[in-house]
Design a protein around this ligand. Sequence first.
Ligand SMILES: [Mg+2]
Ligand SMILES: [Zn+2]
Length: 181
Amino acid sequence: MRRRAVFLDRDGTINEDPGYLCSPKLLRIYPAARRGLKLLANNNFLLFVVTNQSGLGRGYFTVEELAAVHLKLEAELRRDGITLDEIVYCPHHPDDDCDCRKPSPYLVLELAGRYEVDCHSSFFVGDKLVDILTGYNSGCRSVLLALPEEVEELRRMKDWREPDYIAEDLYQAALWITKTE
Ligand SMILES: [Mg+2]
Ligand SMILES: [Zn+2]
């Protein structure tokens, strides 16, 4: 049987987004994200982080620095009993015109193929329109993390698509996901 997964954006979804997070010292995981990830893990969802890291393509940080951030993220979550199945990222500059930068479904579909994930019963969770679109493009349900006043602003964007659900944080999102067939 194919498995269900939750694909997660990183910055602004799991951890605070300081802009081009380049050091483990700057990593701040939201408490609600820890609780949400724990709930999803307890419900047997595979957990993947899918993130655009154009800071690499822009030369703002190195692959080694990014790896150090991800080691810290995995170690902190493991302390809460949460295992991330894999973290994947697009390293390219937006001008590179690559195949993998969100909202391309490339990274999601690649993971889905390797882990035998059923995208139609899986979810993409993120805090930006690009995340909603990545969910749509890969055949997953899309969950937006945003406060009500932020949603109004997002709805005025020209490529706007309504997500399947809007939650204020990852814990609220996880409560909805675990109740959804
Ligand atoms: Mg984000
Ligand atoms: Zn890319």
